[in-house]
Ligand binder design. Structure first.
Ligand SMILES: Cc1ncc(COP(=O)(O)O)c(C=O)c1O
Length: 386
Protein backbone atom coordinates (compact mmCIF):
# COMPACT_ATOMS: atom_id res chain seq x y z
CA UNK A 1 0.00 0.00 0.00
CA UNK A 2 2.79 2.41 0.93
CA UNK A 3 6.49 2.61 0.23
CA UNK A 4 7.65 1.47 3.64
CA UNK A 5 6.22 0.17 6.90
CA UNK A 6 4.25 2.69 8.94
CA UNK A 7 4.31 1.95 12.67
CA UNK A 8 3.34 5.37 14.01
CA UNK A 9 -0.45 5.21 14.29
CA UNK A 10 -0.38 7.14 17.57
CA UNK A 11 0.97 10.14 15.64
CA UNK A 12 -1.81 9.96 13.08
CA UNK A 13 -3.83 7.52 10.98
CA UNK A 14 -4.79 7.46 7.29
CA UNK A 15 -8.35 8.50 6.44
CA UNK A 16 -10.63 5.49 5.96
CA UNK A 17 -11.94 5.23 2.39
CA UNK A 18 -15.57 5.28 3.66
CA UNK A 19 -14.81 8.46 5.59
CA UNK A 20 -13.33 10.10 2.52
CA UNK A 21 -16.43 9.19 0.49
CA UNK A 22 -18.73 10.58 3.18
CA UNK A 23 -16.84 13.89 3.16
CA UNK A 24 -16.47 14.51 -0.57
CA UNK A 25 -19.98 15.90 -1.36
CA UNK A 26 -19.51 18.57 1.30
CA UNK A 27 -16.56 20.20 -0.43
CA UNK A 28 -18.42 21.12 -3.63
CA UNK A 29 -22.05 20.01 -3.93
CA UNK A 30 -23.24 20.83 -0.43
CA UNK A 31 -21.01 23.80 0.24
CA UNK A 32 -23.38 26.25 1.95
CA UNK A 33 -22.56 27.99 5.20
CA UNK A 34 -24.51 26.16 7.94
CA UNK A 35 -25.38 29.54 9.48
CA UNK A 36 -27.12 30.79 6.32
CA UNK A 37 -30.92 30.87 6.23
CA UNK A 38 -31.36 29.65 2.63
CA UNK A 39 -31.56 26.07 1.34
CA UNK A 40 -27.80 25.83 0.73
CA UNK A 41 -27.21 26.72 4.35
CA UNK A 42 -29.97 24.43 5.59
CA UNK A 43 -28.45 21.40 3.86
CA UNK A 44 -25.08 22.03 5.45
CA UNK A 45 -26.62 22.70 8.82
CA UNK A 46 -28.51 19.42 8.60
CA UNK A 47 -25.23 17.61 7.90
CA UNK A 48 -23.55 19.22 10.91
CA UNK A 49 -26.45 18.37 13.20
CA UNK A 50 -26.64 14.82 11.90
CA UNK A 51 -22.93 14.42 12.65
CA UNK A 52 -23.45 15.89 16.12
CA UNK A 53 -26.29 13.46 16.81
CA UNK A 54 -24.23 10.52 15.62
CA UNK A 55 -21.21 11.46 17.75
CA UNK A 56 -23.44 12.07 20.78
CA UNK A 57 -25.05 8.67 20.33
CA UNK A 58 -21.62 7.00 20.09
CA UNK A 59 -20.39 8.82 23.21
CA UNK A 60 -23.60 8.21 25.17
CA UNK A 61 -24.68 11.83 25.60
CA UNK A 62 -27.07 14.39 24.11
CA UNK A 63 -26.27 16.29 20.94
CA UNK A 64 -26.28 19.59 22.84
CA UNK A 65 -23.33 18.32 24.89
CA UNK A 66 -21.01 18.02 21.85
CA UNK A 67 -19.02 21.04 20.66
CA UNK A 68 -17.00 20.93 17.46
CA UNK A 69 -13.41 22.20 17.45
CA UNK A 70 -10.46 22.24 15.06
CA UNK A 71 -8.38 19.50 16.76
CA UNK A 72 -7.64 17.64 19.97
CA UNK A 73 -5.36 20.45 21.14
CA UNK A 74 -8.14 22.99 20.77
CA UNK A 75 -10.56 20.73 22.68
CA UNK A 76 -8.03 20.51 25.52
CA UNK A 77 -7.48 24.28 25.52
CA UNK A 78 -11.21 24.91 25.42
CA UNK A 79 -11.86 22.57 28.37
CA UNK A 80 -9.09 23.89 30.60
CA UNK A 81 -9.30 27.57 29.80
CA UNK A 82 -13.08 27.67 29.44
CA UNK A 83 -13.76 25.95 32.78
CA UNK A 84 -10.86 27.62 34.65
CA UNK A 85 -11.82 31.15 33.55
CA UNK A 86 -15.43 30.51 34.53
CA UNK A 87 -14.47 29.02 37.90
CA UNK A 88 -12.25 32.00 38.65
CA UNK A 89 -14.92 34.49 37.65
CA UNK A 90 -17.83 32.80 39.40
CA UNK A 91 -16.25 31.49 42.62
CA UNK A 92 -12.66 32.73 42.74
CA UNK A 93 -11.31 29.20 42.21
CA UNK A 94 -7.67 29.20 41.07
CA UNK A 95 -6.40 25.70 41.73
CA UNK A 96 -5.68 23.38 38.78
CA UNK A 97 -4.69 19.72 39.17
CA UNK A 98 -3.03 17.69 36.41
CA UNK A 99 -0.44 14.91 36.31
CA UNK A 100 2.96 15.99 34.89
CA UNK A 101 2.74 13.45 32.02
CA UNK A 102 -0.12 15.12 30.14
CA UNK A 103 0.21 15.88 26.44
CA UNK A 104 1.53 19.40 25.85
CA UNK A 105 -1.97 20.49 24.79
CA UNK A 106 -2.95 20.15 28.45
CA UNK A 107 0.43 20.62 30.14
CA UNK A 108 1.41 23.86 28.40
CA UNK A 109 -2.12 25.19 28.71
CA UNK A 110 -2.16 24.61 32.47
CA UNK A 111 1.32 26.13 32.73
CA UNK A 112 0.18 29.18 30.76
CA UNK A 113 -2.84 29.56 33.05
CA UNK A 114 -0.47 29.51 36.03
CA UNK A 115 2.22 31.77 34.56
CA UNK A 116 0.05 34.37 32.87
CA UNK A 117 -3.46 34.19 34.29
CA UNK A 118 -3.05 33.90 38.06
CA UNK A 119 -3.89 30.20 38.50
CA UNK A 120 -2.20 27.87 40.94
CA UNK A 121 -1.04 24.70 39.17
CA UNK A 122 -0.35 21.58 41.18
CA UNK A 123 0.96 18.33 39.73
CA UNK A 124 -0.62 15.09 40.86
CA UNK A 125 1.74 12.31 41.94
CA UNK A 126 2.15 9.48 39.42
CA UNK A 127 3.42 5.93 39.77
CA UNK A 128 6.37 4.61 37.68
CA UNK A 129 3.93 3.81 34.87
CA UNK A 130 2.62 7.37 34.70
CA UNK A 131 -0.74 6.60 36.23
CA UNK A 132 -2.69 8.57 38.88
CA UNK A 133 -4.33 6.91 41.90
CA UNK A 134 -7.76 7.76 43.29
CA UNK A 135 -6.26 8.26 46.79
CA UNK A 136 -3.69 10.78 45.57
CA UNK A 137 -6.34 12.67 43.64
CA UNK A 138 -8.73 12.73 46.57
CA UNK A 139 -6.12 14.10 48.96
CA UNK A 140 -5.12 16.93 46.58
CA UNK A 141 -8.56 18.35 45.76
CA UNK A 142 -9.23 21.67 47.52
CA UNK A 143 -12.31 23.81 47.97
CA UNK A 144 -10.85 26.21 45.37
CA UNK A 145 -10.03 23.55 42.75
CA UNK A 146 -11.23 24.93 39.42
CA UNK A 147 -10.61 21.85 37.28
CA UNK A 148 -8.91 18.45 37.32
CA UNK A 149 -7.60 17.14 33.99
CA UNK A 150 -6.24 13.60 33.67
CA UNK A 151 -5.54 11.89 30.35
CA UNK A 152 -7.40 8.68 29.54
CA UNK A 153 -4.40 7.06 27.83
CA UNK A 154 -0.88 8.40 27.51
CA UNK A 155 0.30 9.08 23.97
CA UNK A 156 3.96 8.41 24.70
CA UNK A 157 3.92 5.40 27.01
CA UNK A 158 0.42 4.00 26.38
CA UNK A 159 -0.65 3.76 30.06
CA UNK A 160 -4.41 3.87 30.69
CA UNK A 161 -5.69 5.76 33.74
CA UNK A 162 -8.64 4.47 35.84
CA UNK A 163 -10.85 7.28 34.55
CA UNK A 164 -14.12 6.03 36.01
CA UNK A 165 -12.62 5.91 39.52
CA UNK A 166 -10.91 9.28 39.17
CA UNK A 167 -14.04 10.92 37.80
CA UNK A 168 -16.07 9.53 40.71
CA UNK A 169 -13.76 11.31 43.20
CA UNK A 170 -14.30 14.62 41.43
CA UNK A 171 -18.04 14.04 41.14
CA UNK A 172 -18.27 13.45 44.91
CA UNK A 173 -16.32 16.65 45.56
CA UNK A 174 -18.22 18.62 42.95
CA UNK A 175 -15.10 19.55 40.96
CA UNK A 176 -15.17 19.59 37.13
CA UNK A 177 -13.26 16.63 35.67
CA UNK A 178 -11.80 16.69 32.15
CA UNK A 179 -10.14 13.82 30.37
CA UNK A 180 -8.01 14.04 27.23
CA UNK A 181 -9.22 10.98 25.29
CA UNK A 182 -7.41 11.91 22.07
CA UNK A 183 -5.31 8.70 22.10
CA UNK A 184 -7.92 6.54 23.80
CA UNK A 185 -10.85 7.14 21.47
CA UNK A 186 -9.63 4.73 18.81
CA UNK A 187 -9.43 1.79 21.22
CA UNK A 188 -11.31 2.34 24.50
CA UNK A 189 -14.93 2.99 25.34
CA UNK A 190 -15.68 6.70 25.28
CA UNK A 191 -19.15 6.34 26.78
CA UNK A 192 -19.16 9.52 28.85
CA UNK A 193 -22.14 8.48 30.95
CA UNK A 194 -20.58 5.28 32.25
CA UNK A 195 -17.20 6.98 32.69
CA UNK A 196 -19.11 9.84 34.33
CA UNK A 197 -16.68 12.56 33.22
CA UNK A 198 -17.65 16.23 32.85
CA UNK A 199 -15.54 17.01 29.80
CA UNK A 200 -13.80 14.82 27.21
CA UNK A 201 -11.58 15.78 24.25
CA UNK A 202 -11.28 13.78 21.04
CA UNK A 203 -9.55 14.42 17.70
CA UNK A 204 -10.59 12.70 14.45
CA UNK A 205 -7.16 12.07 12.93
CA UNK A 206 -6.31 9.51 15.61
CA UNK A 207 -9.25 7.30 14.57
CA UNK A 208 -8.92 7.23 10.77
CA UNK A 209 -10.75 10.50 10.31
CA UNK A 210 -9.44 13.76 8.84
CA UNK A 211 -6.89 16.07 10.45
CA UNK A 212 -8.04 19.47 11.65
CA UNK A 213 -11.26 18.55 13.42
CA UNK A 214 -12.08 17.51 16.97
CA UNK A 215 -14.85 17.59 19.53
CA UNK A 216 -15.31 18.43 23.16
CA UNK A 217 -17.97 16.77 25.27
CA UNK A 218 -19.27 19.17 27.94
CA UNK A 219 -21.77 17.66 30.36
CA UNK A 220 -24.95 19.67 30.59
CA UNK A 221 -24.69 21.93 33.65
CA UNK A 222 -20.90 22.40 33.42
CA UNK A 223 -20.20 26.08 32.85
CA UNK A 224 -17.39 27.38 30.71
CA UNK A 225 -16.45 30.67 29.08
CA UNK A 226 -15.89 31.04 25.38
CA UNK A 227 -12.25 31.16 24.34
CA UNK A 228 -12.95 31.99 20.69
CA UNK A 229 -15.35 34.88 20.30
CA UNK A 230 -17.19 36.06 17.19
CA UNK A 231 -20.26 34.45 15.63
CA UNK A 232 -22.76 32.45 17.62
CA UNK A 233 -21.79 28.99 16.39
CA UNK A 234 -21.58 26.14 18.91
CA UNK A 235 -23.98 27.68 21.42
CA UNK A 236 -21.99 30.95 21.15
CA UNK A 237 -19.07 29.21 22.85
CA UNK A 238 -16.82 28.64 19.84
CA UNK A 239 -17.07 31.10 16.97
CA UNK A 240 -16.17 30.21 13.40
CA UNK A 241 -17.87 28.79 10.31
CA UNK A 242 -18.20 25.04 10.70
CA UNK A 243 -15.85 22.85 8.71
CA UNK A 244 -18.72 20.78 7.34
CA UNK A 245 -16.82 18.07 5.40
CA UNK A 246 -14.45 17.40 8.27
CA UNK A 247 -17.25 17.26 10.83
CA UNK A 248 -19.14 14.78 8.63
CA UNK A 249 -15.91 12.76 8.27
CA UNK A 250 -15.29 12.70 12.01
CA UNK A 251 -18.77 11.29 12.69
CA UNK A 252 -18.32 8.57 10.07
CA UNK A 253 -14.84 7.71 11.38
CA UNK A 254 -16.09 7.41 14.94
CA UNK A 255 -19.00 5.23 13.84
CA UNK A 256 -16.63 2.76 12.13
CA UNK A 257 -14.26 2.86 15.10
CA UNK A 258 -16.90 2.10 17.70
CA UNK A 259 -18.63 -0.52 15.54
CA UNK A 260 -15.47 -2.53 14.85
CA UNK A 261 -13.44 -1.67 17.94
CA UNK A 262 -13.12 -5.20 19.33
CA UNK A 263 -12.01 -6.70 16.04
CA UNK A 264 -9.43 -3.96 15.49
CA UNK A 265 -8.16 -4.23 19.07
CA UNK A 266 -7.60 -7.97 18.74
CA UNK A 267 -5.62 -7.38 15.56
CA UNK A 268 -3.51 -4.69 17.25
CA UNK A 269 -2.86 -6.64 20.41
CA UNK A 270 -1.85 -9.78 18.56
CA UNK A 271 0.81 -7.85 16.62
CA UNK A 272 1.87 -5.61 19.53
CA UNK A 273 2.45 -8.55 21.89
CA UNK A 274 4.84 -10.10 19.39
CA UNK A 275 6.88 -6.91 19.48
CA UNK A 276 7.01 -6.95 23.29
CA UNK A 277 8.01 -10.56 23.62
CA UNK A 278 10.58 -10.47 20.80
CA UNK A 279 12.32 -7.30 22.00
CA UNK A 280 12.52 -8.52 25.58
CA UNK A 281 13.93 -11.89 24.52
CA UNK A 282 16.37 -10.73 21.86
CA UNK A 283 17.66 -7.31 22.81
CA UNK A 284 19.67 -6.67 26.00
CA UNK A 285 19.38 -3.54 28.17
CA UNK A 286 15.82 -2.60 27.27
CA UNK A 287 12.76 -1.79 29.40
CA UNK A 288 9.12 -1.33 28.50
CA UNK A 289 8.05 2.24 29.28
CA UNK A 290 4.53 2.62 30.66
CA UNK A 291 2.33 -0.05 32.16
CA UNK A 292 2.93 -3.58 30.84
CA UNK A 293 -0.79 -4.51 30.90
CA UNK A 294 -2.94 -1.43 31.53
CA UNK A 295 -2.02 0.12 28.21
CA UNK A 296 -3.47 0.79 24.77
CA UNK A 297 -3.61 -2.49 22.80
CA UNK A 298 -1.80 -1.02 19.77
CA UNK A 299 1.00 0.61 21.74
CA UNK A 300 4.53 -0.64 22.44
CA UNK A 301 7.13 1.69 23.93
CA UNK A 302 10.66 1.07 25.10
CA UNK A 303 13.77 2.68 26.44
CA UNK A 304 17.09 1.29 25.25
CA UNK A 305 20.20 1.98 27.30
CA UNK A 306 23.00 3.82 25.54
CA UNK A 307 21.10 4.69 22.35
CA UNK A 308 20.33 8.06 20.78
CA UNK A 309 16.59 7.86 20.06
CA UNK A 310 16.79 10.22 17.09
CA UNK A 311 19.56 8.15 15.50
CA UNK A 312 17.37 5.10 16.04
CA UNK A 313 14.44 6.75 14.24
CA UNK A 314 16.69 7.79 11.35
CA UNK A 315 18.16 4.29 11.04
CA UNK A 316 14.67 2.78 11.07
CA UNK A 317 13.54 5.28 8.45
CA UNK A 318 16.48 4.34 6.22
CA UNK A 319 15.29 0.73 6.60
CA UNK A 320 11.83 1.93 5.46
CA UNK A 321 10.16 1.87 8.88
CA UNK A 322 8.34 4.83 10.46
CA UNK A 323 8.29 4.91 14.28
CA UNK A 324 8.46 7.62 16.86
CA UNK A 325 10.33 8.37 20.05
CA UNK A 326 7.53 10.12 21.89
CA UNK A 327 4.80 12.39 20.64
CA UNK A 328 5.17 13.62 17.07
CA UNK A 329 5.44 17.19 18.33
CA UNK A 330 8.71 16.36 20.04
CA UNK A 331 10.51 14.71 17.16
CA UNK A 332 13.93 16.27 16.59
CA UNK A 333 14.32 17.31 20.21
CA UNK A 334 17.49 15.72 21.66
CA UNK A 335 16.35 16.28 25.29
CA UNK A 336 14.85 13.28 27.11
CA UNK A 337 11.07 13.64 27.06
CA UNK A 338 9.24 15.31 29.96
CA UNK A 339 7.09 12.20 30.30
CA UNK A 340 10.02 9.81 30.68
CA UNK A 341 11.71 12.19 33.12
CA UNK A 342 8.50 12.47 35.13
CA UNK A 343 8.21 8.70 35.53
CA UNK A 344 11.78 8.66 36.84
CA UNK A 345 13.69 7.16 33.92
CA UNK A 346 17.38 8.18 33.95
CA UNK A 347 18.70 10.18 31.00
CA UNK A 348 20.98 7.37 29.83
CA UNK A 349 17.88 5.28 29.19
CA UNK A 350 15.35 8.00 28.44
CA UNK A 351 17.37 9.33 25.49
CA UNK A 352 16.94 5.95 23.80
CA UNK A 353 13.15 5.85 23.66
CA UNK A 354 11.12 4.20 20.94
CA UNK A 355 7.35 4.17 20.37
CA UNK A 356 5.90 1.58 17.99
CA UNK A 357 2.17 1.81 17.34
CA UNK A 358 0.33 -0.55 15.03
CA UNK A 359 -2.91 0.10 13.16
CA UNK A 360 -5.58 -1.23 10.85
CA UNK A 361 -3.21 -1.52 7.89
CA UNK A 362 -0.37 -3.24 9.81
CA UNK A 363 0.29 -6.80 8.62
CA UNK A 364 2.13 -9.76 10.11
CA UNK A 365 4.74 -9.25 7.38
CA UNK A 366 5.31 -5.68 8.57
CA UNK A 367 6.02 -6.86 12.11
CA UNK A 368 8.27 -9.70 10.90
CA UNK A 369 10.35 -7.23 8.88
CA UNK A 370 10.52 -4.74 11.73
CA UNK A 371 11.68 -7.38 14.19
CA UNK A 372 14.20 -8.67 11.71
CA UNK A 373 15.97 -5.32 11.33
CA UNK A 374 15.64 -3.88 14.86
CA UNK A 375 18.27 -5.96 16.74
CA UNK A 376 20.98 -5.16 14.16
CA UNK A 377 20.19 -1.47 14.20
CA UNK A 378 20.38 -1.38 18.01
CA UNK A 379 23.67 -3.29 17.95
CA UNK A 380 25.24 -0.94 15.38
CA UNK A 381 24.07 2.19 17.18
CA UNK A 382 25.43 0.92 20.47
CA UNK A 383 28.80 0.24 18.84
CA UNK A 384 29.02 3.77 17.40
CA UNK A 385 27.63 5.33 20.59
CA UNK A 386 29.99 3.45 22.90
C1 LIG B 1 -3.07 12.62 24.25
C2 LIG B 1 -3.11 13.66 23.18
N1 LIG B 1 -3.72 14.83 23.42
C3 LIG B 1 -3.81 15.79 22.50
C4 LIG B 1 -3.24 15.65 21.26
C5 LIG B 1 -3.35 16.74 20.26
O1 LIG B 1 -4.28 16.41 19.27
P1 LIG B 1 -4.30 17.17 17.86
O2 LIG B 1 -3.12 16.68 17.10
O3 LIG B 1 -5.60 16.76 17.24
O4 LIG B 1 -4.23 18.61 18.15
C6 LIG B 1 -2.56 14.44 20.95
C7 LIG B 1 -1.88 14.27 19.65
O5 LIG B 1 -0.83 13.67 19.58
C8 LIG B 1 -2.50 13.44 21.94
O6 LIG B 1 -1.88 12.27 21.70
Amino acid sequence: MWDGIYLDYAATTPVDQRVLEAMLPYFRETFGNPSSIHRWGQKSEAAVEQARNKIAQLMGCSASEILFTSCGSESDNFALRGVAYHALKSRGARHILIPPVEHHAVLRTAQDLAENHGFDLEYLPIDPFGSVSAEDLESRIRSDTAIVSIMYANNEIGTINPIQELAAICRAKNVPFHTDAVQAASQLSIDVKSLDVDLMSIGAHKFYGPKGVGALYVRSGVDLLSIQTGGSQEAALRAGTHNVPLIVGMAKALEITVMDREVFNQHYQHLRDQIFSFVQRHIPDVHISGHPQMRLPNHASFVFKGIDGNQLLIALDIAGIGCSSGSACKTGNPEPSDVLKAIGIEDEWALGSLRVTVGRQTTQGDIDTFLEVLPDIILKLRRTHG
